[in-house]
Write a protein that binds this ligand. Sequence first.
Ligand code: MN
Length: 201
Amino acid sequence: MFKLPELPYAFNALEPYIDARTMEIHHNKHHQAYVDNLNAALKDFPALQQKSISELMIDLDNLPEKIQTAVRNNGGGHYNHSFFWPLMTGKGTGKPLEKSGQAIANTFGSFDEFQKLFNEAAKSRFGSGWAWLVYNPQGDLEVISTANQDCPLAAGFAPVLGLDVWEHAYYLKYQNKRVDYIQAWWHVVNWSVVEDIFRKI
Ligand code: MN
């Protein structure tokens, strides 16, 4: 059985950039629903229940066809949100640290250039989805976006930073102004967690 991970901070920790009510509903309702629906999809597959969520995502194409869509959507939702929560903090430093900062500058020219690309990916994702900074299968950093709850792991990418741009992530506070939410989000990025991810990859 997969379980909803606890938020590593209080619902109001990201105020004023992301409001407490949004965080509470996003975590307790939306993420919980992905977990519940994933468990329901795997009900008759005890061997798959033993796998980690990363293993399920990497192996998505080989799962039994009748549960593939449910695992893609709900397993993706569970993976993506579990990855997303620790990427935020009320004590954001605004800029990446050593290794991540260097890698980003080396690939994109500068942090500002990277941010522009990422913002564009987040803004232009039509409908619901995510923007990501990933390592691609060639081992290079790349900015991508995915639709719905599609997980970068399932496409061979290793995520290092991700932003949820579903309306449920921002609508209460920002309504239709996704760009304002994206701008605000940079204030709460936990660059020390991103640095740890870079050091492990
Ligand atoms: Mn979400």
